[in-house]
Design a protein. Structure first.
Length: 511
């Protein structure tokens, strides 16, 4: 056959066309899978408002409680961040997520294993008509390695999903710390309120006792009646009962605050403050689009959406062939001293193609699509709930300020009314019942003003919590994260000491 005819025959066989077709199909498949497994930009499913309903000129530090200027609150929050066991559990969950991410990233690198074995085998042989047992020793050493060529990005997608989950766990830790600081502040100011209520009730008992002495004096002079004395005594006893109720609330609040800071109830050393702080000006609420970046729970929800997207990419890539490269290097001998004389190397490439799986992989892809959709909807709900919390806190504080102002006006009027009614009663132009009723109203208003002021402080705490914020936190003692930090610091210190020693040695040689 001539060369020209051979070329025509190969052309008629269609081999170049088939190779080109196979190459095109492979390229199209690779591009399509690559596009399907690429990370996608997550868009907020919520139409954000341009601004919140209200904003102020005040600055809000990352450690929001510093804005209240309460050193005792700052000390309590710091104690809770160090000693609260729920927060320590959140650190443990973060350690778990980070370890899982490292485990998921391990297949990105070749795996290398070492093997060693030794044994003795015996067999029966017949020598000169007699059976004789002979023994043979065999020793072997080997190295095996394997690596999956991540053509479709499945291994990388699994690692990215775990890494994003670890980042979300870090945001969950920040959200837990933010919530804990708000709980401590709320419990602390409830405790301060009850202490202030106790001081107020003691003053009211003294006032009622003084009125009782005046009424009894008038009764002895025949200027008051026995019912006047009995009613005033009843008011004294009622105030004493109110003191007992407040004392019970004081004890339970001490227990609650002690547990929040990681202490034992009845044994925790708590500050003795009895006055509520004066609130600073309303903080800047900022632009909602930027506010999203300040809320750790919203950042966590966003990261979980991205993680679910990577899970979906891994499920899509799992439907396509896997390519694995494996190698083995072994040596064996009858004597340990002869082990390294001869080596046997083996290198192989494998491809596993899913053919029939009953629709398992396709079902997993559909499941991951639904999981991604669910996480996206959860993200939208988290954003809406966060906006609601900010608006609720702004509304509550605005209305509570009006309530405090109204109660103070009522109290001022009641103070004047009590003074005038008592003057009229001492002159005999009015009965004691009116004085008693107004005295009860006055004391009720005094307690209500105090409670309203305390609620105003708690509303501000809710606003700070709703606005979010993060700060640097040290891992608790005994955690895996703390051990890593200590190990890193020790390495840096050792390295610094070695550099310093080298510098001194170098300087000494020069001198």
């Amino acid at each position: 056959m001539t060369l020209h005819k051979a070329k025509k025959k190969r052309a008629r066989s269609g081999f170049p066309d088939s190779l080109a077709l196979l190459t095109c199909v492979s390229v199209v498949l690779l591009v399509s899978v690559s596009c399907a497994t690429q990370p996608r930009q997550v868009k907020s499913p919520v139409q954000l408002p341009e601004a919140f309903s209200e904003s102020g000129p005040g600055n809000r530090p990352d450690r929001w409680w510093a804005a209240l200027g309460d050193d005792q609150l700052t000390a309590l929050v710091n104690r809770s961040l160090d000693g609260n066991f729920s927060l320590k559990a959140a650190w443990d969950r973060l350690d778990q997520a980070r370890a899982l991410a490292r485990r998921q990233g391990a297949p990105l690198w070749p795996q290398l294993d070492g093997t060693a074995s030794g044994g003795r085998s015996g067999r029966e042989t017949e020598v000169a008509g007699r059976e004789q047992r002979t023994y043979e020793d065999e020793y072997s050493l080997g190295l095996t390695t394997s690596y999956e060529v991540d053509v479709w990005g499945r291994v990388r997608a699994n690692y990215d999903a775990a890494r994003l989950n670890a980042q979300a766990s870090s945001e969950d830790l920040q959200a837990a710390a933010l919530s804990l600081s708000a709980q401590v502040a709320s419990a602390w100011y409830r405790l301060v309120e009850q202490r202030a209520q106790m001081d107020l009730l003691e003053r009211q008992v003294e006032t009622n006792q003084r009125y009782l002495e005046l009424v009894e004096l008038r009764f002895r002079k025949g200027e008051a009646t026995a019912p006047d004395v009995l009613q005033q005594r009843k008011l004294v006893e009622s105030t004493q009962t109110e003191k007992a109720n407040v004392q019970g609330q004081l004890e339970t609040l001490r227990h609650q605050l002690a547990v929040l800071v990681g202490g034992v109830p009845k044994k925790a050393d708590l500050p003795a403050r009895t006055t509520l702080p004066e609130l600073p000006s309303l903080p800047k609420t900022g632009v909602p689009a930027r506010w999203l970046q300040q809320r750790p729970d919203i950042r966590s929800a966003y990261l979980r959406v991205q993680s679910r997207d990577r899970d979906l990419a891994a499920a899509i890539a799992d439907r396509y062939p896997r390519f694995t490269i494996s190698g083995r290097l072994t040596t064996s001998a009858a004597q340990p001293s002869q082990l390294f004389d001869e080596w046997l190397a083996n290198l192989a490439a494998n491809m596993a193609v899913p053919l029939i799986d009953g629709g398992r992989r396709e079902a997993e892809v559909e499941r991951q699509r639904a999981v991604l959709s669910e996480s996206l909807h959860n993200y939208g709900q988290t954003v809406l709930s966060g906006i609601q919390e900010v608006e609720d806190a702004l509304t509550n504080e605005r209305q509570q300020r009006k309530t405090v102002a109204g109660l103070r006006r009522e109290l001022a009027l009641s103070n004047r009314t009590v003074s005038q009614l008592w003057d009229r009663y001492t002159k005999g132009t009015s009965g004691f019942l009116r004085v008693l009723d107004e005295l009860r109203t006055q004391q009720r208003l005094q307690r209500n003003v105090l409670s309203a002021r305390a609620q105003l402080v708690r509303d501000r705490v809710d606003l700070y919590r709703a606005l979010g914020g993060t700060w640097e936190m040290e891992p608790p003692e005994g955690s895996a994260a703390k051990a890593l930090v200590n190990e890193k610091n020790m390495d840096e210190t050792t390295s610094g000491n070695q550099e310093e020693a080298q510098t001194r040695q170098h300087g000494g040689s020069q001198s």
